[in-house]
Design a protein around this ligand. Structure first.
Ligand code: ADP
Ligand code: MG
Length: 345
């Protein structure tokens, strides 16, 4: 008798996480929010403690032929701090786990930790522990961050209401186009090692891919202006996918406008050069680590003049899913493409 076997690709990453979350029984009343947001929320008495973890694996998330190892250290901390920012919280401590094969020298690990420490300095977090193991081949790095927040300030994915304004920080699609440039130059190099990579003129988007920043600056501004987003998520998988999470968890649809998508000129031009629709880059390109949040209309004044916060639409109970009004005034339903680590092919 053969046992049933289901391919992971049939469920996809989100389906698999859903399946795992159904098995997670909560035993402690201090667990306020478990699986399903950017970070877990734990009641420690006076404040909430935030906990989040993410791993980066060689060959899946990064390629050391164009990713300087110091940048990798920085990015693995920044990507995790971004999940704490997405809860409207302040990061405090990190632990770092690494798996290393004998391909890596002590100097390489020194450089990795230079990046980790640069991020610790920038985000004012303390490296307080971790674990080191051998790996059969390649490198992995997994970071866990602890953060804290005043209870009334915590922002979940689930808090958006009808007519709330949808805001996005920075610009979108740059990290994805930066990756396309790096991949193109790698292919050129592989076919002809005499050729030097041509990265000049693409600095901004290459930087977006190699050295992303968590938007803690925005969280500190929220503290200064007294703004409390009604919901928030960081854009790590792409706007479409991450807006879908906000919609599903808030139980409400959304309407965004293509002509409001924040796309940097270089991202736009490079997308055209690659024959990719710039809007598709903004919607489905990952790893921008910008913040997507909603605000009550009464708070509009606190963001409308902000040079780095863009109003892209509003939550809409008339819709069941997120929809986008295109430049041609057509309405399309957004698909949560995200990153598919488990393609069913
Ligand atoms: P993010 O992109 O913000 O890091 P993810 O999509 O990775 O979020 O994760 C969504 C939620 O699922 C989080 O609450 C995360 O902790 C949880 N999660 C992801 N993988 C697992 C797993 N293997 N076991 C338990 N929870 C998981
Ligand atoms: Mg996140």
């Amino acid at each position: 008798m053969s046992e049933k076997r289901t391919e992971i690709g049939q469920l996809g990453e989100f389906g698999l996480i859903d399946r795992i979350s159904k098995t997670a029984v909560i035993h402690n009343t201090s667990t306020i929010k478990g699986i399903g947001d950017d970070a877990a929320v734990i009641d420690t008495g006076e404040k909430y403690l935030l906990l989040t973890t993410d791993q980066l694996i060689e060959g899946i998330h990064f390629d050391l032929s164009y990713m300087p190892i110091k940048h990798l250290g920085y990015k693995s901390v920044a990507a995790n701090v971004s999940d704490i920012a997405a809860m409207n919280a302040i990061p405090r401590q990190i632990t770092v786990n690494i798996g290393i094969s004998n391909r890596f020298s002590v100097e390489a690990i020194d450089a990795l930790y230079e990046g980790v420490q640069a991020a610790c300095l920038n985000y004012k977090v303390d490296l307080v522990g971790g674990d080191t193991t051998a790996s059969p081949s390649g490198l992995f790095i997994s970071v866990t961050v602890l953060g804290e927040v005043d209870k009334e300030k915590v922002a979940y994915r689930s808090g958006a209401s009808d007519k709330d304004i949808i805001c996005v920080t920075g610009d979108l699609g740059g990290a994805y186009m930066g990756l396309q440039i790096l991949e193109r130059e790698k292919q050129v190099f592989l076919t002809n090692p005499e050729m030097q990579p041509k990265l000049e003129g693409f600095d901004y988007i290459v930087q977006r891919q190699l050295k992303p920043e968590a938007r803690m600056d925005i969280i500190y501004e929220f503290r200064d202006t007294g703004l409390s987003p009604t919901s928030m998520i960081d854009i790590s998988d792409g706007l479409a996918s991450d807006l879908m999470h906000v919609c599903r968890q808030s139980g409400i649809g959304a309407r965004i406008f293509e002509d409001k998508l924040p796309i940097d000129q270089l991202t736009y031009n490079t997308a055209i050069e690659f024959k990719i629709d710039p809007a598709t880059c903004a919607l489905n390109g990952g790893e921008d680590y910008e913040l997507l949040f909603t605000i009550n209309q009464k708070d509009l004044k606190k963001v409308e003049m902000h040079p780095d916060i863009h109003l892209i639409g509003y939550m809409d109970k008339k819709e069941k899913e997120p929809v986008m009004v295109t430049k041609q005034d057509q309405m399309i339903v957004l698909k949560a493409q995200g990153w598919d680590h488990f393609p069913d092919k």
